[in-house]
Write a protein that binds this ligand. Sequence first.
Ligand code: PHE
Length: 470
Amino acid sequence: MSVTSSGSATQSGALEGSNAKRGLWSSRLAFVLAATGSAVGLGNIWKFPYVTGENGGGAFVLVYLLCIAIVGIPIMMAEVMIGRRGGHSPVNSLRLITERDGLKPAWKLVGAIGVLAGFLILSFYSVIGGWAISYVGTTASGQLAGQSADAVGAIFSGLLSNPTTLLAWHTLFMGLVMLVVARGVRSGLERAVSILMPALFLLLLIVVGYAMTTGHFGQAVAFLFQPDFTKLTTSGVLVALGHAFFTLSLGMAVMMAYGSYLPKNISIAKTSITVSVIDTGVALLAGLAIFPIVFANGLEPSAGPGLIFQTLPLAFGQMPMGTLFGTLFFVLLIFAAWTSGISLLEPIVEWLEEQKGMNRAVSTLAAGIVCWTLGIASILSLNLWADFAPLGFIPMLEGKTIFDLLDFFTANILLPLGGLLVALFAGWVMSRQAMENELSLSPAMFNLWFVTIRFIAPIAVAVVFIYNLL
Ligand code: PHE
């Protein structure tokens, strides 16, 4: 991403020594694009529709939207603010803030949780990114044209049952992520995101347009937006909360890292809201694109992680110019996943550089290879190890494969925990004066944010956690 590289760019208000060699984002738009690139990814198009389908629709969507509004946005503001205040990589930003204000150094842990979470998420994220790569070929070859739901389903199960193919695509995806991270994240990405994100948006609109012609659009709208609370379980609430963190890239210090490059005169509140609204918009559009196809073809909304790979190819097989649109769509999905993948690897690499003194190429290689290896466990969970549930003796984790466990543990435990700590740090530990300076909101707005971050967000996360453990 392009940041102005002039050494004279100073970040007034950031901690000492933070700006000599660090450029800042060239504009508010640059930051919004970078943060959006991280936020919009497989979470919106792959995960949101399938978790919504698994958790019964409307009521789940409502809880998810509430989580974005009252937990997600305030925590995103806090992360960006801490990053800008610290002016360094997350772990060191927290260290500098704590040292300067005489606070407990243990807060560095927030950065460490983020590093771990990013690492674990990327291992399976890359496998799904690989599915998207594989579907470019599937669509481009024209083999989907006019296919039945069964035939499309068989193509998908064929892919999952083949560990070697999955490994090849996983390797390619991870390689692409490592390539960019090794060269430094802030070059070229900004331009890529500024073209690809709008293009993805447009293509989603085209699919929604097609979905409207299936005659089941109304049913899909009702499924997504008419809450039926009898379908909502306590674990559904945890999934909604976890997904809010996952989709906004919160709880793992990504926004802190990006915030450290944000110039002082840019409003943290406005930018955080913009990013969250775009992210939510993309997820809802994906839902509107997918569920009409589900209902029109008698598919199950609760089909699980394969949902978009069983519905979208059907749509592309039936719509005019479907081969072209389908290919384009999956290419864009790869880009969306790529920009998110990069932001997942970046914190670990930054940490290895700072902490272990490795150079960027070596740390990228080291982190990438370990993550890639871990990804193999997720690949095998889809076929050879499909019946292996290592923690199946715990009732809540019954039947969960390694892949399911990684997803569950990161999105539903680590990210909310990271977010909870960020909220506690901002709400109870950091100097109020410093936060007022960074956020420069009207007193009423500041108080609204402060009450949310101090009480509402942490209590909401804690309550959901406790309910699920009982
Ligand atoms: N937000 C990304 C998505 O929705 C995933 C992600 C999670 C990226 C956490 C960075 C950090 O696909």
